[in-house]
Design a protein around this ligand. Sequence first.
Ligand code: UFG
Length: 357
Amino acid sequence: MAKNTVLVSGGAGYIGSHVTVELIEAGYNVVVADNFSNCDATCFEGVKKITGKKIPFVEMDFCDAEAVNDLFAKYKIDAVIHFAAFKAVGESVEKPVLYYKNNLCSFLNVLDAASHHGGCNVLFSSSATVYGEAENLPVTEKTPRLPATSPYGNTKQICEDILRDTVKATNVNRSPEWAIKGIALRYFNPIGAHPSALIGELPRGVPNNLVPFITQTAIGKRECLSIFGNDYPTADGTCLRDYIDVVDLAKAHVAAVARMLEGRMEEDYEIFNIGTGRPVSVYELVSAFEKVNGLKLNYKYAPRRAGDVVAIWADTALANEKLGWKAERSVEDTLASAWAWEKHIAEMEAVKASSEE
Ligand code: UFG
């Protein structure tokens, strides 16, 4: 049987590159498309070294409807995993139009092209941000979504709804082979890097997220980590999150794609939480990083960061049962991989600097 082809939009980014690797290792044909708005081509070398394969790549903007259509016309795409979106919460508050325009247009173009090129399965990368400050923890997929506190979070909610409505309409009005099936994966806090240290997160400028800030502080790019708030109502006063290893997260995508392609979906549109089910405080994470990597981190307590929820972690029972997937890597192994990747970045930068001399 011919292998299925999966399009990864935004496949040169942090999560997209790890998903690309896992899809290839699971035997899929993969096409990657990206406009390098928040990344560069560095990851392709790593992906090639890990998988031994050169992946077809198209440089394009998913807001360009014609380009998206051409892509679907060129490749017979069986499933698309849509990552191509902006993701900085703070920036989205400053530039809402940019965020709404980019994140909504790109997704609408994907759905439009998918509808014009025959039945397609669509996996949308959503976020635990849709739950806001949930009353009951851990959150299940049935936990009500709360009004988004940032335009970024709102784009996740709106795209989930767009997918739900599109799936519904195409399954009512069309023959099955022209219908769109959809899955939204709600990620908790993705961290870490591939165990080979050949791909990982490459944040531009000062990182907003905790783990890249930790590793950049450890390597000396940043002077001191600020822990935002130690007066929260938690055991050690710092916020609780569900940190999910990026390779585990990538494997959840492979499981979801297989569920769609093998016709195992129970509903035409499904939602899964992708986390570990384990709450970890900021302080615990920093301590685990120090311990597993045998170093001391320069950190201080700072005021709370606006918009942070106190605590959120996932109930993962649905993903465990329906996707046959479970997060496996320990937080220590993940933090070791994050540190190995930061050291790899330093090596790449040193090579680049010496070649420019
Ligand atoms: N933190 C620090 N210092 C830092 C950075 C973060 O103490 O320098 C703390 C935060 O206050 C928070 C925890 O570390 O308590 C995690 O923060 P991140 O920025 O790494 O992650 P968030 O939980 O804020 O963000 C995640 C996703 C976003 C999503 C957001 C919604 O990464 O995509 O949840 O709340 F939008």
